[in-house]
Design a protein around this ligand. Structure first.
Ligand SMILES: NC(=O)c1ccc[n+]([C@@H]2O[C@H](COP(=O)([O-])OP(=O)(O)OC[C@H]3O[C@@H](n4cnc5c(N)ncnc54)[C@H](OP(=O)(O)O)[C@@H]3O)[C@@H](O)[C@H]2O)c1
Length: 377
């Protein structure tokens, strides 16, 4: 296992951090956890050199912290740092924040949390956290020794990331980043900004939740043609670790084989390790994925709100994602939500308000019908 220095904190962390959101192959919150298996996976990772564990109050129907707490008995707690999170939905004042932190410490069976994160924030959630005094609460808990580092995880556009990063004395930040997301969310600009400020960056969704682990045929052809043979997972992690600003790459694993594979990969990757040819390969791989795009919707939302409630950018985003990553759109969580909330293309009456507003001049009405048929057929 390679260890990396966490920016201005000066402490070392394993390059591979285990995410505790996906045991049993489950997405956050919708499955009963196989506790014995999860504990065995966690301990296998720690025995292999992992020192960074990431969980959250809400993961796996609020059971992830409990299982992690159990896994860290018998001397394992002392070997690792724990990151867990405060969701904005669960707190509304100082007393509820105190109660939540106390519950999390209890579930994790520990007297302190190393990295405490405001969970999945954007500008709106940050303003909410400020309005209920969360920054002061984090300062106080750090002084009291109940948390070691004040952090946030982020999902939103770059300008909001920059605003939040500069608005408080953060110790660490967690962002979604991978070779496909260089211009999405915080993106490369956000990674480099944090790096310049010395704020360590922890990466989530390095494999886009697993979507980058299996390459579609046109991408696999590029990997196959490269003189050095590596799996898509290894290429993705190697690309991430090439960035000096990256401290830890989280990955949620469901099987021992995935843990072992990742332990092997993170034994070989360091910043600045990739050659010009390898970087070019990854640029070509990105282009090969993008060439699979179904429709050039940029998600600007000028078409919204649709008078009939159709979630136009949501449908196009799911359609593109299914094509890019060769996944079954019928299993797509976003499409299930769109269907359940009656925001599907079957509610389109062809009024054309969207087409008049679209700056890309997309043929929205016809494309919606094609997309909906392909995703529900
Ligand atoms: N704070 C937030 O807002 C937030 C949001 C998302 C995630 N997170 C945290 O970040 C962690 C990492 O994100 P993530 O779980 O999405 O990471 P990820 O690495 O992008 O995806 C994990 C998935 O990749 C696949 N995988 C991992 N290693 C593999 C290997 N060696 N070979 C083949 N497939 C492999 C597995 O997919 P299969 O299931 O298909 O086998 C696994 O479930 C999470 O666990 C969570 O702790 C935080």
């Amino acid at each position: 296992m390679k260890y990396r220095t966490m920016g201005k904190l000066g402490i070392e962390a394993s390059a591979f951090g285990l995410g505790c959101m996906r045991f049993n192959g489950a997405a956050s919150g919708d499955s009963v956890i196989d506790e014995a298996k999860a504990i065995s996976l966690i301990r296998r990772a720690i025995d292999g050199g992992v020192t960074y564990l990431d969980t959250a109050y809400v993961y796996l129907s609020r059971t992830s912290e409990i299982v992690l707490g159990k896994a860290l008995q018998d001397g394992y707690r002392e070997k690792v740092t724990i990151a867990t999170k405060m969701p904005s939905e669960a707190v509304h004042d100082r007393a509820s924040m105190e109660a939540l932190l106390s519950e999390e410490l209890g579930k994790l069976q520990t007297d302190h949390i190393d990295f405490y994160l405001m969970h999945g924030i954007n500008k709106e959630k940050w303003e909410y956290f400020k309005s209920i005094g969360a920054p002061q609460f984090f300062d106080d808990m750090k002084k009291a020794g109940k948390i070691r580092y004040k952090c946030f995880s982020f999902h939103g556009p770059y300008d909001e990331f920059e605003y939040i990063l500069n608005d408080y004395d953060w110790d660490m930040v967690q962002i979604q980043y991978n070779f496909m997301d260089i211009n999405n969310q915080a993106g490369t600009k956000g990674l480099e900004l944090a790096g310049k400020k010395g704020i360590p960056v922890v990466i989530m969704e390095g494999l886009l939740g697993g979507r980058l682990s299996k390459a579609p045929s046109n991408v696999q052809a590029l990997y196959d043609a490269f003189p050095v043979k590596r799996s898509p997972v290894e290429w993705a992690f190697r690309w991430l670790c090439n960035h000096p600003e990256v401290s830890v790459v989280l990955s949620g694993c469901n099987e021992e084989s995935q843990i072992d594979d990742n332990l092997r990969i993170f034994d070989t990757v360091e910043s600045g390790i990739m050659s010009e040819e390898e970087l070019k390969l990854m640029d070509n791989v990105r282009e090969a994925y993008i060439s699979r795009t179904k429709i050039g919707c940029t998600g600007c939302r000028y078409c919204m709100p649709c008078p009939n409630g159709v979630n136009i950018p949501g449908i196009f985003s799911a359609w593109n994602n299914a094509s890019l990553y060769d996944t079954d759109p019928r299993n797509d969580w976003n499409i299930r939500q769109i269907r359940e909330k009656n925001h599907g293309a079957d509610h389109c009456i062809g009024c054309g308000a969207c087409e008049a507003a679209c700056p890309q001049h997309l043929n929205i009405i016809e494309s919606l019908q094609t997309a909906w048929q392909e995703m529900n057929g």
